[in-house]
Ligand binder design. Structure first.
Ligand code: ATP
Length: 233
Protein backbone atom coordinates (compact mmCIF):
# COMPACT_ATOMS: atom_id res chain seq x y z
CA UNK A 1 0.00 0.00 0.00
CA UNK A 2 2.68 2.50 1.08
CA UNK A 3 6.45 2.18 0.76
CA UNK A 4 8.85 4.84 1.96
CA UNK A 5 12.54 4.54 1.17
CA UNK A 6 15.42 6.80 2.16
CA UNK A 7 13.10 9.68 3.02
CA UNK A 8 14.86 12.88 3.99
CA UNK A 9 13.29 16.21 4.82
CA UNK A 10 14.50 19.55 6.11
CA UNK A 11 13.29 22.85 7.50
CA UNK A 12 15.64 25.38 5.91
CA UNK A 13 19.13 24.04 6.48
CA UNK A 14 18.16 21.70 9.29
CA UNK A 15 17.50 18.15 8.24
CA UNK A 16 14.94 16.46 10.53
CA UNK A 17 14.34 13.18 8.66
CA UNK A 18 17.60 11.41 7.91
CA UNK A 19 16.67 8.64 5.49
CA UNK A 20 13.58 6.77 6.69
CA UNK A 21 12.43 3.39 5.44
CA UNK A 22 8.91 2.29 6.26
CA UNK A 23 6.24 0.05 4.82
CA UNK A 24 2.50 -0.24 5.35
CA UNK A 25 0.69 -3.17 3.75
CA UNK A 26 -2.95 -3.25 2.73
CA UNK A 27 -5.26 -3.71 5.71
CA UNK A 28 -2.60 -3.11 8.35
CA UNK A 29 -2.58 -0.74 11.27
CA UNK A 30 0.98 0.49 11.64
CA UNK A 31 2.07 2.69 14.52
CA UNK A 32 5.03 5.05 14.66
CA UNK A 33 6.02 5.96 18.19
CA UNK A 34 8.65 8.41 19.28
CA UNK A 35 9.37 11.24 21.65
CA UNK A 36 8.45 14.85 21.09
CA UNK A 37 10.39 16.27 18.19
CA UNK A 38 11.47 12.90 16.75
CA UNK A 39 9.98 13.90 13.40
CA UNK A 40 6.72 11.97 13.39
CA UNK A 41 4.59 14.88 12.23
CA UNK A 42 7.15 15.77 9.58
CA UNK A 43 6.95 12.21 8.28
CA UNK A 44 3.17 12.43 7.94
CA UNK A 45 3.44 15.84 6.28
CA UNK A 46 5.85 14.39 3.71
CA UNK A 47 3.38 11.60 3.05
CA UNK A 48 0.41 13.94 2.64
CA UNK A 49 2.54 16.34 0.60
CA UNK A 50 2.42 19.43 2.81
CA UNK A 51 6.16 19.19 3.53
CA UNK A 52 8.66 18.55 0.74
CA UNK A 53 10.98 15.57 0.84
CA UNK A 54 14.57 16.48 0.02
CA UNK A 55 15.43 12.91 -0.93
CA UNK A 56 13.98 9.41 -1.04
CA UNK A 57 10.86 7.89 -2.53
CA UNK A 58 7.26 7.47 -1.44
CA UNK A 59 5.22 4.96 -3.41
CA UNK A 60 1.48 4.68 -2.76
CA UNK A 61 -0.51 1.88 -4.38
CA UNK A 62 2.17 1.44 -6.99
CA UNK A 63 2.50 5.12 -7.87
CA UNK A 64 5.39 7.40 -6.95
CA UNK A 65 4.13 10.45 -5.06
CA UNK A 66 7.22 12.54 -5.70
CA UNK A 67 5.54 14.76 -8.29
CA UNK A 68 2.00 14.49 -6.90
CA UNK A 69 0.78 17.62 -5.08
CA UNK A 70 -1.02 17.33 -1.76
CA UNK A 71 -4.61 17.73 -3.01
CA UNK A 72 -4.10 15.03 -5.62
CA UNK A 73 -2.83 12.59 -3.01
CA UNK A 74 -6.26 12.72 -1.41
CA UNK A 75 -7.76 11.80 -4.76
CA UNK A 76 -5.47 8.78 -4.88
CA UNK A 77 -6.90 7.68 -1.52
CA UNK A 78 -4.35 8.95 0.97
CA UNK A 79 -6.02 11.09 3.64
CA UNK A 80 -4.63 12.75 6.74
CA UNK A 81 -6.31 13.66 9.98
CA UNK A 82 -3.83 16.24 11.20
CA UNK A 83 -2.44 16.93 14.65
CA UNK A 84 -4.50 19.59 16.42
CA UNK A 85 -7.57 18.45 14.47
CA UNK A 86 -7.93 21.54 12.25
CA UNK A 87 -11.66 21.34 11.93
CA UNK A 88 -13.64 24.38 10.79
CA UNK A 89 -14.91 25.71 14.11
CA UNK A 90 -17.48 28.12 12.64
CA UNK A 91 -19.09 25.49 10.47
CA UNK A 92 -21.52 22.91 11.76
CA UNK A 93 -20.57 19.31 12.36
CA UNK A 94 -22.45 18.27 9.23
CA UNK A 95 -20.82 20.97 7.12
CA UNK A 96 -17.41 19.80 8.28
CA UNK A 97 -18.27 16.26 7.23
CA UNK A 98 -19.54 17.41 3.84
CA UNK A 99 -16.27 19.26 3.28
CA UNK A 100 -14.47 15.96 3.83
CA UNK A 101 -16.42 14.62 0.87
CA UNK A 102 -15.68 17.56 -1.42
CA UNK A 103 -14.30 15.23 -4.08
CA UNK A 104 -17.65 13.53 -4.51
CA UNK A 105 -21.12 14.58 -5.61
CA UNK A 106 -22.93 11.24 -5.55
CA UNK A 107 -25.51 9.52 -3.35
CA UNK A 108 -22.74 7.73 -1.51
CA UNK A 109 -21.98 10.96 0.40
CA UNK A 110 -25.23 10.70 2.37
CA UNK A 111 -24.58 7.04 3.08
CA UNK A 112 -21.06 7.84 4.25
CA UNK A 113 -22.50 10.53 6.51
CA UNK A 114 -24.96 8.04 7.99
CA UNK A 115 -22.03 5.69 8.49
CA UNK A 116 -20.05 8.38 10.28
CA UNK A 117 -23.02 9.09 12.55
CA UNK A 118 -23.35 5.38 13.30
CA UNK A 119 -19.69 5.30 14.22
CA UNK A 120 -19.90 8.45 16.33
CA UNK A 121 -23.50 8.89 17.57
CA UNK A 122 -22.58 12.05 19.46
CA UNK A 123 -21.78 13.73 16.14
CA UNK A 124 -25.29 12.95 14.96
CA UNK A 125 -26.74 14.55 18.06
CA UNK A 126 -24.66 17.66 17.41
CA UNK A 127 -24.83 17.67 13.64
CA UNK A 128 -26.30 21.18 13.39
CA UNK A 129 -24.10 22.77 16.04
CA UNK A 130 -20.91 24.70 15.37
CA UNK A 131 -17.92 22.34 15.52
CA UNK A 132 -16.09 24.85 17.73
CA UNK A 133 -18.54 24.04 20.53
CA UNK A 134 -17.56 20.35 20.63
CA UNK A 135 -15.34 18.96 23.36
CA UNK A 136 -11.77 17.98 22.51
CA UNK A 137 -12.70 14.33 22.15
CA UNK A 138 -15.68 15.11 19.96
CA UNK A 139 -13.53 17.33 17.75
CA UNK A 140 -11.10 14.45 17.35
CA UNK A 141 -13.97 12.17 16.35
CA UNK A 142 -15.08 14.78 13.84
CA UNK A 143 -11.57 15.05 12.39
CA UNK A 144 -11.41 11.28 11.88
CA UNK A 145 -14.95 11.12 10.51
CA UNK A 146 -14.21 13.97 8.13
CA UNK A 147 -11.09 12.23 6.84
CA UNK A 148 -13.15 9.06 6.27
CA UNK A 149 -15.67 11.03 4.21
CA UNK A 150 -12.88 11.29 1.61
CA UNK A 151 -13.12 7.47 1.20
CA UNK A 152 -9.43 6.90 1.77
CA UNK A 153 -7.61 3.65 1.16
CA UNK A 154 -5.09 4.75 3.73
CA UNK A 155 -5.59 7.11 6.65
CA UNK A 156 -2.73 8.99 8.25
CA UNK A 157 -3.51 9.83 11.86
CA UNK A 158 -1.41 12.28 13.83
CA UNK A 159 -1.72 11.96 17.62
CA UNK A 160 -5.46 11.25 17.74
CA UNK A 161 -5.29 10.68 21.51
CA UNK A 162 -3.56 13.96 22.28
CA UNK A 163 -5.11 15.91 25.14
CA UNK A 164 -7.99 13.49 25.68
CA UNK A 165 -9.25 11.97 28.93
CA UNK A 166 -8.40 8.24 29.29
CA UNK A 167 -11.93 7.05 28.55
CA UNK A 168 -12.00 9.00 25.29
CA UNK A 169 -8.52 7.79 24.39
CA UNK A 170 -9.77 4.22 24.65
CA UNK A 171 -12.79 5.10 22.52
CA UNK A 172 -10.65 6.71 19.82
CA UNK A 173 -8.30 3.72 19.70
CA UNK A 174 -11.32 1.40 19.42
CA UNK A 175 -12.53 3.40 16.45
CA UNK A 176 -9.11 3.26 14.80
CA UNK A 177 -9.05 -0.50 15.31
CA UNK A 178 -12.50 -0.81 13.75
CA UNK A 179 -11.24 0.82 10.54
CA UNK A 180 -9.65 -2.49 9.65
CA UNK A 181 -13.11 -3.97 9.13
CA UNK A 182 -13.83 -1.09 6.74
CA UNK A 183 -10.79 -1.91 4.66
CA UNK A 184 -9.03 1.31 5.63
CA UNK A 185 -5.29 0.92 6.13
CA UNK A 186 -3.94 3.09 8.94
CA UNK A 187 -0.63 4.74 9.68
CA UNK A 188 -0.87 6.04 13.23
CA UNK A 189 1.61 8.39 14.85
CA UNK A 190 1.38 8.53 18.63
CA UNK A 191 3.12 9.54 21.80
CA UNK A 192 0.69 7.27 23.65
CA UNK A 193 2.83 4.33 22.65
CA UNK A 194 1.10 1.64 24.64
CA UNK A 195 -2.44 2.32 23.44
CA UNK A 196 -1.28 2.76 19.86
CA UNK A 197 0.84 -0.42 19.79
CA UNK A 198 -1.93 -2.44 21.37
CA UNK A 199 -4.22 -1.88 18.38
CA UNK A 200 -1.44 -2.10 15.77
CA UNK A 201 -0.15 -4.97 13.67
CA UNK A 202 3.34 -3.56 13.40
CA UNK A 203 5.24 -0.65 14.77
CA UNK A 204 8.26 1.58 14.26
CA UNK A 205 10.20 3.52 16.83
CA UNK A 206 11.52 6.84 15.60
CA UNK A 207 14.36 8.72 17.29
CA UNK A 208 15.61 12.09 16.01
CA UNK A 209 14.64 11.50 12.41
CA UNK A 210 15.60 7.83 12.16
CA UNK A 211 13.81 4.53 12.58
CA UNK A 212 15.70 2.69 15.30
CA UNK A 213 13.48 -0.31 16.02
CA UNK A 214 10.71 -1.99 14.04
CA UNK A 215 8.71 -5.18 14.25
CA UNK A 216 5.38 -6.76 15.10
CA UNK A 217 3.56 -4.58 17.65
CA UNK A 218 3.43 -7.40 20.21
CA UNK A 219 7.23 -7.74 20.00
CA UNK A 220 7.67 -4.01 20.51
CA UNK A 221 5.42 -4.03 23.58
CA UNK A 222 7.57 -6.86 24.98
CA UNK A 223 10.90 -5.20 24.09
CA UNK A 224 12.64 -4.03 27.30
CA UNK A 225 14.13 -0.96 25.57
CA UNK A 226 10.68 0.18 24.49
CA UNK A 227 9.04 -0.72 27.77
CA UNK A 228 11.48 1.50 29.59
CA UNK A 229 11.74 4.42 27.17
CA UNK A 230 8.21 4.66 25.80
CA UNK A 231 5.83 2.62 27.88
CA UNK A 232 6.98 3.72 31.32
CA UNK A 233 6.97 0.09 32.46
P1 ATP B 1 5.58 16.25 18.23
O1 ATP B 1 5.08 15.01 18.83
O2 ATP B 1 5.99 17.29 19.22
O3 ATP B 1 4.71 16.79 17.14
P2 ATP B 1 7.22 15.09 16.23
O4 ATP B 1 7.90 13.79 16.49
O5 ATP B 1 5.97 15.07 15.44
O6 ATP B 1 6.97 15.84 17.58
P3 ATP B 1 8.10 17.05 14.35
O7 ATP B 1 7.00 17.98 14.68
O8 ATP B 1 8.08 16.35 13.06
O9 ATP B 1 8.30 15.99 15.52
O10 ATP B 1 9.46 17.86 14.48
C1 ATP B 1 10.75 17.31 14.16
C2 ATP B 1 11.80 18.38 14.31
O11 ATP B 1 11.58 19.40 13.35
C3 ATP B 1 11.78 19.08 15.67
O12 ATP B 1 13.11 19.32 16.05
C4 ATP B 1 11.05 20.37 15.41
O13 ATP B 1 11.51 21.38 16.27
C5 ATP B 1 11.44 20.66 13.98
N1 ATP B 1 10.37 21.39 13.26
C6 ATP B 1 9.09 21.00 13.13
N2 ATP B 1 8.38 21.87 12.38
C7 ATP B 1 9.24 22.84 12.04
C8 ATP B 1 9.14 24.04 11.25
N3 ATP B 1 7.97 24.40 10.67
N4 ATP B 1 10.24 24.82 11.12
C9 ATP B 1 11.42 24.46 11.69
N5 ATP B 1 11.59 23.33 12.42
C10 ATP B 1 10.53 22.54 12.60
Amino acid sequence: MLTVEGLRSRYGRIEVLHGLDLKVSQGEIVTVVGANGAGKTTLLKCLSGTQPASDGTIVFRGQSLTAVPSHKRLKLGLAQSPEGRQIFTNLSVEENLRLGAFLFADDQVDRDMADAFAMFPILKEKRNLAAGGLSGGQQQMLAIARALMGRPHCLLLDEPSMGLAPLLVAQIFDVVKSLKARDVTVLLVEQNAFGALKIADRGYVMETGRITISGPAADLIADPRIREAYLGL
